[in-house]
Design a binder for this molecule. Sequence first.
Ligand code: SF4
Length: 215
Amino acid sequence: MRRFRKTPTGTTATKTMQTRIDALEEIYQAFELETAPYRSGAACESGCAFCCRDAGRIDCTTLEGLRIRDRIRKMPRPRQLGLKKALKRDMQKREAGLPSPCPFLMKNNACMIYPARPFACRRIYSLHRCTHDHPPLISRQVMAIAENTIAALQRLDDNGYSAHLSYILHMLDTPRFLATYRAGDFKPEEIMAFGKTHRVAINRMVVTPSASPPT
Ligand code: SF4
């Protein structure tokens, strides 16, 4: 089993973003390794995008969102513009209570940002083939490890937030918020109104000190 670096509270400003993104990758890898024995019987197969179309909320942390944003910015301009519209449409549909497939899902059922997909997507698999009557079936052990992993991701992003990925990407597109976040500063008052309306969690407040990271 691998141990990832712990993020001591209060030292965020001294860490470079790249160091934190590297730590993100370590957390993902630790989860993969620790859950591999329980996922070996998964019914998931290439081309099935059930979770991307029907799983509902796909949360991510601000740090995960920053990594996705960097990936989007390397895409051709027309695709970037198309995504911007798709993300906006996703927020509008959610606010109207309508189902909305993930904006990153392509027509061939592939994920546009697969290497940078957030943990919410990495944690999902199913022990049976999913249908509307049979949503993903995940082992209890994997769910427990995933809870610890989420706590570790929130600790790593201790000047950040968690929310559905379209909202996190929207926040990161706001110059003032981005500048505050990149500087390692923490000003929840900047997003207070938006956060209340869109169920944005403050990572520093939701992290439970007793949650132990995967080892
Ligand atoms: S980010 Fe990718 S893997 Fe995750 S729900 Fe969207 S299309 Fe699916």
